[in-house]
Design a protein around this ligand. Structure first.
Ligand code: CU
Length: 526
């Protein structure tokens, strides 16, 4: 039955013709291609950068706690948000806000998050970077159907039966509500939760379904890292807007019920022309002259970022962590490349600037206003006893010698049913195909080969980058990753230690347009 749906969207969405070297739009920066995607221009005048105040998402408190877990409640709902001055933007938000509330938990303390779907369409929640049992991992067809099914029923009646929800074999579904159980027996790290519904993840995140989930632990606590007002979550999303102030997204089927995908050249990826940080366009933050911890997440659908602080602070951008938590030792960078879904945990020392200095977080992969992200206005030098330690955490390095097997996966465009799509090993995603069966407790090497930019994400377990091409890991590959930034015509090798839970999990491209257009596959653990 998946074939029906897949054939429909391939016919409708990809007629523009993707092929190797033909018709793939790239966003070009000074150094060549920087993102695989196409710029979508807003139909209104965007605000000037650095005119709106920075805000952090609120922290979500448990509704109750017992000896076994903390319990949280989230309502996925539509709301009118104030994103542009004097306008309303309809969002889909966790608790009706974008980004959703931040969940903060400790290693080994389970969290149970009950999501209620007050949206018109089915949803799925994935905790990105979470080491989670299969039934709470947000498998793409494990839908939470809406509390109110009227919109779904209406669209199934008109055109959904043959091609959309009606043609799909659902997974483990619930109606209205689902409780996700997260053991969180894992290192402190910057995780995030977001929608993961098969074929429609791109438009769902674009409308706002994303939030931070921070895990803390004793190892991190011993470092005395900047905390409280000096620990800033920074979720970067590019977006485009309709003339009405609503988000603009080029869905083939705006009902998001039947035909997946996006129109025309946007099959390569949707790049917005407004840079939002925690839902605010180009915000400005007033800060102390002191060291800050910035947890930066690239939550863009397709846009890669090249972060730089201007003027350069003392010590540059000191990286202390990555997707999977703290590095073994800090790394100083003058700039930092961040692909969609990746995180960088960084210490920035603002004490070296004269009070009143405007310090800008830049994106050297962007042009015009998209080359800027946010601004800090530095206040007076303030009491600060923190110094970055030489050693941060214990990380066991994985090597090829640890591996029991090597597998190869190719991420590329190619023919399916006489048309083109985004594929892994020439296969479009199907819940029924298993691409790898792995044994828990073993290490494997996966060779990943890309035609264009593909940020490849594995569920369940983090990995270490062993090589890119014939060289070693890149400058931004250190530590435990859950997403690797594969560049055009690049091959990389990663080492994964599979552990935790038996079940079926996905790996996929985190360019969300590629993911929705079938660049996803299953592995099973046993
Ligand atoms: Cu991709």
């Amino acid at each position: 039955m998946r074939d029906v749906s897949r054939r429909t969207f391939l016919g409708a969405g990809l007629l523009a013709g993707i092929g190797l070297g033909v018709g793939i739009p790239f966003s070009l920066g000074a150094g060549g291609s920087t993102s695989t995607g196409n710029l979508l221009r807003s139909r209104l005048t965007l605000p000037l950068p650095f005119t709106m105040p920075f805000r952090a998402p609120p922290v979500l408190h448990p509704v109750r706690s017992d000896a076994a877990a903390d319990f949280y409640d989230i309502s996925q709902s539509r709301a009118d948000a104030s994103i542009l001055p004097g306008m309303k933007t309809e969002i889909w938000g966790y608790n009706g806000i974008f980004p959703g509330p931040t969940i903060v938990t400790r290693r080994g303390r389970p969290a149970v998050v009950r999501h209620t779907n007050n949206l018109p369409v089915p949803t799925v929640v994935h905790l990105h970077g979470g080491r989670t049992p299969h039934d709470s991992d947000g498998y793409p067809i494990d839908f939470i159907y809406p509390v109110d099914m009227s919109y779904m029923n209406q669209h199934m009646d008109t055109h959904g039966h043959e091609t959309g929800m009606g043609a799909m074999v659902p997974g483990d579904t619930t109606i209205g509500q689902r409780s996700y159980r997260y053991p969180l027996d894992q290192r402190a790290a910057t995780l995030w939760y977001h929608d993961h519904r098969m074929d429609f993840t791109g438009p769902s995140l674009w409308r706002g379904l994303a939030g931070f989930h921070l895990v803390r632990d004793d190892e991190e606590d011993t470092l005395g890292l900047p905390a409280g007002a000096r620990e800033l979550p920074i979720m970067i999303t590019d977006r485009s807007f309709e003339a009405t102030g609503n988000f603009l997204y080029p869905s083939t089927d705006p009902s998001l019920m039947a035909t997946p995908g996006v129109t025309g050249s946007f099959v390569a990826g949707v790049l917005g022309d407004a840079m939002l940080v925690n839902g605010t366009p180009w915000p400005v933050a007033k800060i102390d002259g002191a060291k800050y911890r910035l947890r930066i997440l690239n939550a863009c659908n397709a846009r890669r970022l090249d972060l730089r602080i201007d003027p350069q602070p003392d010590g540059g951008l000191t990286q202390i962590g990555t997707d999977g938590g703290l590095l073994a030792a800090p790394i100083r960078h003058e700039h930092f490349e961040l692909a969609p879904a990746q995180r960088v945990d960084a210490i920035i020392d603002f004490a070296g600037y004269k009070p009143g200095t405007a310090v800008t977080l830049l994106n050297d992969f962007g042009e015009g206003n998209m080359s800027q992200i946010m601004r800090f206005i530095v206040g007076p030098k303030s009491r600060d006893t923190f110094t970055v330690p030489d050693r941060l955490a214990t990380i066991e390095p994985l090597t090829a010698a640890d591996a029991v097997t090597t597998r190869t996966f190719r991420f590329q465009s190619g023919d399916v049913n006489h048309t083109k799509g985004w594929l892994i090993d020439a296969q479009p995603f199907s819940p029924d195909n298993i691409s790898a069966a792995v044994k828990l407790g073993t290490v494997e090497i996966w060779r990943l080969i890309a035609d264009f930019h593909h940020p490849v994400h594995l569920h369940l377990n983090p990995f270490q980058v062993l090589s890119r091409g014939i060289g070693g890991p890149g400058a931004f590959d250190a530590g435990w990753k859950d997403t690797i930034d594969l560049r055009p015509a690049e091959e990389a090798a990663i080492a994964i230690r599979f552990e935790g839970y038996a079940g079926k999990y996905v790996f996929h491209c985190h360019n969300l347009e590629h993911e929705d257009m079938a660049m996803m596959a299953n592995f099973i653990t046993r």
